[in-house]
Write a protein of this length. Sequence first.
Length: 509
Amino acid sequence: MSAPAPPSTGAFPSPPGGFAPAPPPSTRRNVELLLLGCAAVITTVSLILVEASQEQEITWEIAKLGAAYLALFGVAHLAVRRFAPFADPLLLPIVALLNGLGLVLIHRLDLAEAQDAAFASLPIPSPDANQQVLWTGLGMVVFMGLLIVLRDYRSLARYAYTLGLIGLVALAVPAFLPDRYSQVNGAKIWIRLTGFSIQPGEFAKILLIIFFAGILVAKRDMFTGAGKHVFGMELPRMRDMGPILVVWAVSVGVLVVEKDLGTSLLIYCTVLCMLYIATERVGWVAVGVVLLGIGFVFAYNFFAVVRVRTSTWLHPFADYSNTGYQISQSLFGLATGGLAGTGLGSGRPSQVPFAKTDFIVSAIGEELGLIGLAALLMLFCVFVIRGIRTALAIRDSFGKLLAAGLAFTVAIQVFVVVGGVTKLIPLTGLTTPFMSYGGSSLLANYALVALLIRVSDAARAPAPVRKRAPEPIVDAPTELLSKATEVTRKLEPADLLRKTLRKTKGGAA
């Protein structure tokens, strides 16, 4: 006769030898390191191709640029590995490749400027590529400083109003300075001192994104109130339209006083996207588009700079030698590049004014062609998609709006820049993120990447293991009760039944 089966306890039976330990969560940092190595190889090979096409000797200057680039992003990788180990492994390599390609094109334009100066018997200007490496190093300092100091991005929500005020002040300061300290090419967007210049609007856009993410979370009920239904859309109530009207007024004010069409359009469109994400209502988008149209009509009728840019956009060859020269040369360069481009170092991108800043996309289209330009846009597209994926994965509302706002501001900026260069929309004066020459843009964009990586680390990190709470003292078993329970478990069911019957009969007697 077989032994009786042990009583079932309701738990999953443990296999022989016990359960295997759970594998440690993957951080994907080695994937990031491999992709950074690929970006370094592409950048170095591109620098060598530029030198070969320009019939230059391969000198230590190229080795210096390549080594500086590799060292900077190697240190950034170590910082991410230490302070944000679960961050998205694609964000930093994409930024590294974009920055590297921008460095290649700036070096290529330096060579063209040196050749033009030599032909004209003029002094050779100092190369801007070295300065760009220096600005990249300062951007890395900002990047690593934010990762080290900002351990929890949610702490920014407590200072949302303060950061928003600082952003508005930074945006407005150039408007109150004399032209010699703030105006460059007709736009009052700089603070220019002796040996120092900065564009505060680049930093203001990040501070305003943090502010609007905080206010959209804190005042969500105000933005989701029921309004009138028009054409299947639920429009916001009039008393709830204060924030969008304030943003519209600020954007128009930036356009009117500072003559900066790009920053005003970028801030307004970013806030409009964040409003839609927070409320999921098309009515806010409809109201925002109507206000955008009203602002454009107002600016076109009252400000000459908007009329000139609109006319140049519609008829670039009508005033070819003056206002239409820049966009016309850009179109000629894109047409020359064709499908596959002229090759790195074989085109003439220096014929386009401000090719290192506003029109660096035109240089890419000429020397790398439609294929290279499409690959560049794909890199930006992947960066934005990974940012949106971070916004979907994070658990709190502030993190969702912050990550989405940071991703969408990059997407809008790239659209505005490429649209202006290709004559899809009027020129705005914005620079291409991570690629154009300039310190303010690089510093601000590396701060943006640090914030996005911090949110991504929180979104991808495994949930912390919660310790089992101790039992309340009322429910805790006493020593006597524990012994009685142990004795009861040792008794067979038949013995327990006999013992109970005896006690029953004794009580009856």
